[in-house]
Design a protein around this ligand. Structure first.
Ligand code: DC
Length: 232
């Protein structure tokens, strides 16, 4: 695939939305590498807010407290060979935000309008200049409605739970497969039924089901769509 330096100077903004465990992060990283783009894991930003709220003793439904917290936060990404690290006010909090507890808390704070408003501005700022792959829940529907290419990545609940389980057991999280599947179902329900920016495919999104596809196949499929787009 052409790198950004030789893709006729046309930098794209690509969005990948979908539920937890569909493979968005791995796919985004590989797709961005193939294109020479940056990638932004927007779920990490919601996790960062959740982590800081917990640390400050702010409840997930305390809008005034969350608003004040967001006003004082500085969330930044630093990429190294292991992937993307989220820094909050200069501390690397990547390890802390990747737990089941933070998954659920991020889902809860993500339903609060004050949090979405704060992160909407930050995400659009990060998207300036394009040449980026953004993954999340509302990238193609709300944050970047004019994105060049929108993907919606999904997989069965069972396979998503197994993937998450394998990921977490590498990190020594003791959650069982049953607990993870239950939490994934609950998060799917929270994320897709909330009033503001619910999880759903954009009308023009290219839908990919990764239940029976490995990561390479998904990325190759996406690259073929990117190539088609660049030829037009
Ligand atoms: O992608 P993730 O599992 O790290 O996301 C954690 C939570 O953040 C998810 O349950 C819902 C929320 N989220 C969101 O509401 N909008 C996004 N663009 C990304 C994540």
């Amino acid at each position: 695939m052409k790198k950004r330096s030789d893709s006729d100077g046309k930098l794209l903004l690509i969005t990948i939305d979908g539920p937890a465990g569909a493979g968005k992060t791995t796919v985004s990283r590989m797709l961005s590498d193939r294109l020479g783009y940056k990638y932004i894991d927007t779920g990490a930003l919601y996790r960062g807010v959740a982590w800081e709220a917990k640390k400050a003793g702010i409840s997930h439904d305390d809008d005034a407290g969350l608003e004040k917290l967001c006003g004082s936060l500085r969330l930044e990404f630093v990429r190294d060979t292991n992937g993307l690290h989220l820094f909050s006010n200069n501390s690397d909090i990547n390890g802390e935000i990747r737990t089941q507890e933070m998954s659920m808390l991020a889902s809860s704070v993500s339903a609060r309008p004050v949090v979405r408003k704060y992160l909407l501005i930050l995400q659009r700022e990060l998207g300036k200049g394009k040449g980026a792959v953004f993954e999340g829940r509302d990238m193609g529907t709300v944050v970047f409605p004019d994105a060049d290419i929108k993907f919606y990545l999904n997989a069965s609940v069972k396979i998503r739970a197994i993937r998450r389980y394998n990921e977490l057991s590498d990190k020594k999280d003791s959650s069982t497969l049953e607990e993870i599947e239950r939490d994934i179902r609950r998060r799917d329900e929270n994320d897709s039924t909330r009033a503001l920016a619910p999880l759903k495919p954009a009308e023009e999104a290219i839908k990919i089901d990764s239940t029976d596809l490995n990561v390479e196949s998904v990325v190759n499929l996406m690259i073929s769509h990117v190539q088609k787009h660049l030829m037009h």
